[in-house]
Design a protein. Structure first.
Length: 301
């Protein structure tokens, strides 16, 4: 067998600032879900979501470290730079969500009725969950595109915003299925179609970037993404106008929260969440459109 002329193991994958951040991610992630599984405990959909986040992020981080340390990522049909940048942003969003949800629903000041030992384990898990978020945010900060730097699309502001847009859309979908009564009017159904269309196309853009298949397309991927982003701004603008009118105008809905609505099971609450995150995603698409004018796509990094 001929030598490749280089080291078989990439020690920089462990000793570089990004490598150290990933090692800390692996350590904090393992510690967090171990504390919860051992004594802290979790229940219901909120707890299951938090455990999924911590185990999923831990598994992918171990996979990334292993591939970079052994150079195995060169054998994968992926644009490795796009994949790692996209995952770091996604893990940042997921980990901060879990870091907020877990203490909100499972941590309490007193010991009754769960006992002081369980309470202490839950507090410790919450602390490590917060540290886990910090390490993923640090990786995003370290790997983001610098001015004038040739880098992967997903490491640019526009690429990172694509991940945030898809994540916000998932929050909107969660509120939609929570008895939002979106099927009551054709206009609100249009808004759901807007959220769904933009989410699907955004995921397709991310998928093509991560797989490195953009160069194989018969049309200009760069121009198409910019055109789509402009279209998404227009579509979300229509939803940002239509949804509040048909949910909070006294002619179609209720401008105030009904007094008899049960907490956590009130359609008005879900409608409010959707309205807020519609404006959040509209702002994200506007920022995306602005930044997309200043970048050039690189599909092979």
């Amino acid at each position: 067998m001929e030598s490749t002329g280089g080291p078989y193991l990439n020690t920089a994958a462990l000793t570089s600032p990004v490598g150290i951040a990933r090692l800390l991610q692996m350590t904090f992630g393992c510690t967090t879900f171990s504390l919860v599984a051992h004594q802290g405990g979790f229940s219901a959909a909120y707890g299951t979501f938090c455990m999924f986040v911590w185990t999923f992020c831990f598994a992918i981080t171990v996979f990334i470290i292993t591939c970079e340390f052994t150079h195995l990522h060169s054998c994968l049909s992926l644009s490795w730079g796009n994949f790692t940048a996209a995952f770091a942003m996604l893990a940042t969003l997921m980990s901060i969500t879990a870091a907020v949800i877990y203490p909100l629903y499972f941590v309490q000041v007193g010991c009754y009725p769960i006992g002081c030992e369980v309470r202490d384990f839950r507090i410790a898990a919450s602390v490590f969950a917060g540290l886990l978020f910090v390490t993923y945010a640090t990786e995003v900060f370290l790997t983001r595109a610098k001015p004038g730097q040739v880098t992967s699309y997903m490491a640019t502001v526009s690429g990172l915003l694509k991940i945030v847009q898809a994540f916000v859309a998932c929050i909107i979908f969660g509120a939609l299925v929570n008895d939002s009564q979106y099927g009551k009017y054709v206009a609100t159904q249009w808004c759901v179609a807007v959220y769904s269309f933009c989410f699907v196309v955004t995921v397709v853009v991310v998928a093509f970037s991560v797989t490195g298949k953009t160069a194989l397309l018969w049309f200009s991927f760069e121009r198409s993404v910019v055109i789509y982003t402009f279209g998404a701004v227009l579509l979300y603008t229509s939803a940002a106008v239509i949804w509040p009118v048909f949910c909070f105008d006294s002619k179609y809905g209720s401008p105030r929260r009904p007094g008899l609505c049960a907490k956590g099971k009130c359609p008005w609450d879900s409608q409010l969440v959707i309205a807020i995150f519609t404006y959040v995603n509209l702002l994200l698409y506007v920022l995306d459109l602005a930044y997309s004018q200043r970048i050039r796509f690189v599909s092979h990094l």
